[in-house]
Design a binder for this molecule. Structure first.
Ligand code: GLN
Length: 276
């Protein structure tokens, strides 16, 4: 009887091990190998919210394009990964990373203490402040205090939304959240809101491409943020590889090439925060 019990226990243990092994194989998107056997590169699922030009947007052929898209492709090439691009809602990015559905977030995402509790960030690769934008004919709003009693549109889950909520507390503004930056600006142009709070480079790009004579930036820039590539907490090896890739691209000039391609100005000598 005891022996039988023992045998059963061993069989159970073996079974548990087998299940665990199979489970592991499918757990992380980064572990999935291509079909090509040994030669296949490790696949990196890179996700972003694609209404954030010039960092990520969709071109007329439905292709994802932008600085972040080129950057993650270049890092992957440098470090021997194959990239799969994935579009998600901005507020769905961190949960997707935490549940292993994606491997990295490259989405103009600001490095913030609250996010650092949930994910790890690469070394910063871009610095951008927030700005207030209003309709071209609005001369009432020129500084944060003027937002008292006004309606502000922001993209859900962003630093712009945090800032707008701060102004709501301080000055009694009303905050309306939208899923995409396109919707945020449409609402401003259509008169559904009085102001937008969003990252400066993206607001400038919107005005240049779609908002000329309709939207303008007012007042001083608000808090500056660093953008980082986010990786799951436990994925420390991948984080190191991404940092290594970023540094290599900075050194070999490819980072600067991409920077000039998308921002039409030369890149700073150092990656932000790298100088110290
Ligand atoms: N940089 C802002 C943030 O991290 C906005 C990013 C975005 O909308 N893609 O919240």
């Amino acid at each position: 009887m005891r022996k039988l019990f023992k045998l059963g226990a061993v069989a159970l243990a073996v079974l548990a091990l087998m299940v665990a092994a199979v489970g592991c194989g499918g757990e992380k998107a980064a572990d999935k190998q291509g079909e090509g056997g040994e030669e296949a590169k490790q696949k990196l699922v890179a996700a972003f919210e694609p209404t954030f030009a010039p960092f990520e947007s969709t071109d007329e052929n439905g292709e994802f394009v932008g600085f972040d898209i080129d950057l993650i492709k270049a890092i992957a090439e440098e470090q021997g990964f194959e990239v799969e691009l994935k579009s998600l809602s901005f507020d769905g990015l961190i949960p997707a990373l935490q549940t292993g559905q994606i491997d990295v977030i490259v989405s103009g995402m600001s490095i913030k203490p609250k996010r650092e509790e949930q994910v790890n960030f690469s070394i910063p690769y871009y610095e951008a402040p927030l700005v207030i934008a209003v309709r071209e004919d609005n001369n009432e709003i020129t500084k944060p205090e003027d937002l008292a009693g006004k309606r502000i549109a922001v993209q859900i889950g962003t630093t712009g939304a945090d800032k707008a909520n701060e102004f709501k507390e301080k000055y009694g503004a009303e905050v309306k959240t939208y899923n995409t930056v396109d919707l945020v600006f449409n609402e401003l142009i259509n008169g559904g809101v009085d102001a937008v709070i969003n990252d400066e480079p993206v607001t400038e790009e919107f005005i240049e491409k779609k908002g000329q004579g309709k939207v303008k930036i007012v007042g001083d820039t608000l808090v500056g943020d660093y953008y980082g590539i986010a990786v799951a907490k436990e994925n420390t090896e991948l984080l190191e590889s991404i940092n290594e890739g970023l540094k290599k691209l900075k050194e070999n000039g490819k980072f600067n090439q991409l920077y000039e391609k998308w921002f039409h100005t030369s890149a700073p000598d150092y990656l932000p925060g790298e100088r110290s």
